[in-house]
Write a protein that binds this ligand. Structure first.
Ligand code: SF4
Ligand code: SF4
Length: 352
């Protein structure tokens, strides 16, 4: 009997990992893209890590090729990591170079370990989400091409994580990455009056995080354009308020300094550094240009093991903008229109 819940882990682990479960004592990085784990039993485990297509999308044809590689090099097992990297775990040391060459022929670069650009991650965006303001998968492809050397080598000050989300819902978790790409809408959600009957209006009103939706007579609501942050929670709750966005209004914000881990300065939520850049496929040159400035300035100026956010914490925002050459926008200061001086001096999200 298969039991209930998700499939068994034991059935999906290579014998090497079963023998050493819970017995690992240390790890090292013998070369970029390769991790060596040592067990107290004396056994070692080599892992080879490669970058996957954006959003870990693979066809069955590609998956069959990956399975063939796993059969030949890692006892028929592989895994996809939290950051959508492809890992062959338990590769015999003598087979590592051959595996890297084989992956290169398939178009899978090996890297993303230690002090390198780790595999980019993103949400589905335009692929099948009606809330997206940008195409995070296409942007991540452009970013990973631009920073291929930084993926394949580990000469950066610390690990670098770049993530993308198609809208402020942040399913791609840009808010906890060193650099996050977040799609932004600038239009108000529509109100298709004829469809409002199908929505629970009290729910629609309560779902707005900033109280921008108000009742306007029986069966009708209105939106306060000054309050709306284009989030777009109401578009999720009510089909009459979707889709939000337009070709001219939508674009990309860049946030920096997020971190999920407990090392260094501890976990942090990323802060807005660039409030708006236009959608400009297929290369998103404004977005990749801004990311390049941040990465190069951080690489040139950060101390060893200093993540992007920790570097900014040390040098301050004035020097961050000076060193990256990015323009400072008043929109990155909370409440700029009403309590600018108070917030600019004391706000927890942005200190000047
Ligand atoms: S972040 Fe936005 S665009 Fe991306 S999957 Fe989530 S809701 Fe959709
Ligand atoms: S988009 Fe977000 S902030 Fe704007 S009205 Fe809808 S729920 Fe409120």
């Amino acid at each position: 009997m298969p039991g209930i819940g998700i499939p068994s882990l034991a059935d999906n682990l290579p014998p090497l990992l079963k023998r050493n479960y819970g017995k690992w004592i240390s790890h090292e990085h013998p070369r970029p893209g390769v991790i060596k784990h040592d067990s107290e039993t004396g056994e070692v485990c080599f892992t080879v890590r490669a970058g996957m297509p954006p959003n870990a999308r693979v066809s069955t044809q590609t998956l069959r090729k990956i399975c063939d590689v796993a059969d030949e090099y890692s006892e028929g097992f592989f895994r996809v990591t939290q950051r959508n990297s492809l890992e062959f775990v338990g590769v015999p040391e003598r087979k590592i170079e051959g595996l890297i060459a084989r992956l290169a022929l398939m178009g899978f670069p090996v890297g993303g370990t230690n002090r390198s650009l780790h595999n980019t991650v993103c949400c589905t965006g335009y692929m099948h989400c009606h809330l997206a303001a940008t195409d995070p998968a296409a942007i991540m492809k452009a970013v990973s091409e631009m920073l291929l050397k930084e993926f394949e080598n580990d000469y950066l000050p610390a690990k670098l994580k770049i993530s993308g989300s198609g809208c402020l819902n942040n399913c791609g978790e840009g808010s906890t990455a060193d650099i996050g790409i977040v799609g932004v809408h600038r239009d108000l959600p529509p109100i298709h009056v004829g469809k409002l009957k199908g929505c629970e209006l009290p729910l629609v009103i309560s779902v707005c995080p900033v109280g921008a939706i108000k009742p306007k007579g029986p069966g009708m609501v209105e939106i306060d354009g000054k309050r709306c942050i284009h989030c777009p929670a109401c578009s999720v709750a009510c089909a009459a308020m979707a889709p939000i966005g337009s070709a001219d209004g939508d674009g990309v914000a860049i946030v920096v300094g997020g971190k999920a881990g407990n090392t260094g300065d501890g976990p942090a939520i990323a802060k807005v550094a660039v409030p708006y850049l236009p959608n400009n496929p297929p290369y998103w040159s404004e977005v990749t240009g801004a990311i390049r400035k941040i990465v190069y300035a951080w690489h040139a100026n950060a101390r060893k093991d200093e993540r992007v956010g920790e570097w900014i914490n040390r040098i301050g925002w004035a020097k961050f903008y000076e060193r990256t050459g990015l323009p400072v926008s008043t929109k990155v200061i909370d409440e700029f229109d009403s309590r600018a001086i108070e917030y600019a001096k004391s706000n927890v999200r942005f200190k000047w």
